[in-house]
Design a protein around this ligand. Structure first.
Ligand code: FAD
Length: 325
């Protein structure tokens, strides 16, 4: 029996988010020949996003394009999606484990009375037999889960599945379907404006390289060498809660149990002791490099490479060397 999978596509600043291509890869991984994999885009002025997404292997793209969906609002988005879900009847819905996905996925699952799994890091098997792997207890253990019946709603952790490759043939115009949307006459809340607290060029949760600072950076200015290194490497800057609590940086940068969970290719921890709550957010990074002046710092236990030294000497040297490369 063939199945229908739906990807809720996320976008930011006029670009399809990387995690959407990873969610699409996750759906492809468990699909069989003959299965239908579609995507839905919500927002306003979606034409260019639809044309970006149409380069990937999808059966069709549904566009719910309305000014009232310009900013994410769970009530509006769920209301906009339900009629489409009623007509498509997808067996499974995949989206990113992002701020939006974490909020939207359970709301949709509740509406559909569907099973839901969050923060999936890998998959085994196909179709209804698929087994989903998730990190639990702040990354100290893993669990494997299987749904007992369709439908499912799944969120995938950014940077854990390879992004799907573009397809050789794009979608035809008639495979991009505009979905009628009539906004409700009243919503309980309205998003009037979104004020960004970070101006980083690279999204922290999707960054391939993160240079992260802890209390050891000692001041707001102490983050500057880290920003320079991140710039040279094309990465993003993160932080420990120690650094955030000390007022050296914005909480939007916090990585850990009560911050963001990241899985970059390279995580460079500078002046971070390695408390368990911090490790919960970064220990799944592929390569961890720690710079700390205390050779006994617990971060060295999880680090692949350790540099015992003063970050204010080591980080500028690294920046200088990488600039040459
Ligand atoms: P510290 O532990 O003070 O470590 C600073 C390090 O910098 C030291 O190892 C020191 O040797 C080194 N250092 C100092 N100067 C230099 C220098 N010049 N060069 C090199 N190294 C230097 N923490 C998180 O990070 N994320 C979370 O999400 C989080 N959630 C939490 C939730 C709960 C419920 C609780 C109780 C705590 C949470 N914490 C979290 C806090 C966590 O327990 C630690 O307090 C915090 O991670 C410590 O931050 P830090 O490593 O920057 O600071």
């Amino acid at each position: 029996m063939s199945h229908t999978y739906l990807i809720i596509a996320e976008h930011r600043d006029g670009k399809i988010r990387q995690v959407t291509l990873e969610a699409l890869q996750a759906a492809r991984t468990i699909s069989h020949d003959g299965d239908r994999i579609s995507a839905v885009l919500l927002g306003s002025e979606l034409d260019s996003l639809a044309s970006q997404l149409s380069g990937y292997p999808l059966s069709e793209i549904h566009l719910i394009d309305h000014d009232g969906l310009r900013h994410y609002n769970p009530e509006a988005y769920v209301g906009a999606l339900i009629p489409l879900l009623d007509s498509l009847r997808p067996d499974a819905i995949f989206t990113g484990h992002t701020a939006l996905g974490r909020d939207l996925a359970p709301a949709i699952a509740a509406q559909l009375r569907a099973g839901q799994l969050s923060d999936v890091i890998s998959l085994e098997g196909n179709g209804e037999g698929a087994i989903f792997n998730r990190a639990i207890y702040a990354g100290k253990a893993f669990e494997k889960k299987q749904f007992q019946s369709f439908p499912w709603v799944v969120t995938v952790r950014p940077n854990n599945f390879p992004a799907i490759e573009p397809s050789s043939s794009g979608l035809q115009n008639d495979q991009i379907i505009k979905v009628e949307y009539t906004p409700p006459t009243s919503l309980h809340t309205l998003v009037k404006e979104v004020v960004r607290k970070t101006t980083g060029k690279v999204d922290l949760t999707e960054a391939k390289i993160i240079v992260s600072g802890g209390r050891g950076v000692k001041s707001e200015d102490g983050f500057k060498p880290l920003e320079e290194l991140a710039n040279v490497l094309g990465g993003a800057v993160g932080a420990s809660r120690g650094a955030c609590d000390s007022g050296y940086c914005n909480y939007a940068l916090q990585i850990g149990q009560t911050g963001k969970v990241v899985t970059p290719e390279i995580y460079i921890a500078c002046g971070i002791s390695g408390a368990i709550q911090h490790l919960a957010g970064m220990s799944q990074s592929r390569i961890i490099i720690a710079i700390n002046k205390d050779p006994e710092a617990p971060i060295f236990k999880v680090a692949d490479y350790g540099i015992v030294g003063d970050l204010f000497e080591v980080v500028p040297l690294l920046t200088q060397e990488f600039r040459k490369a």
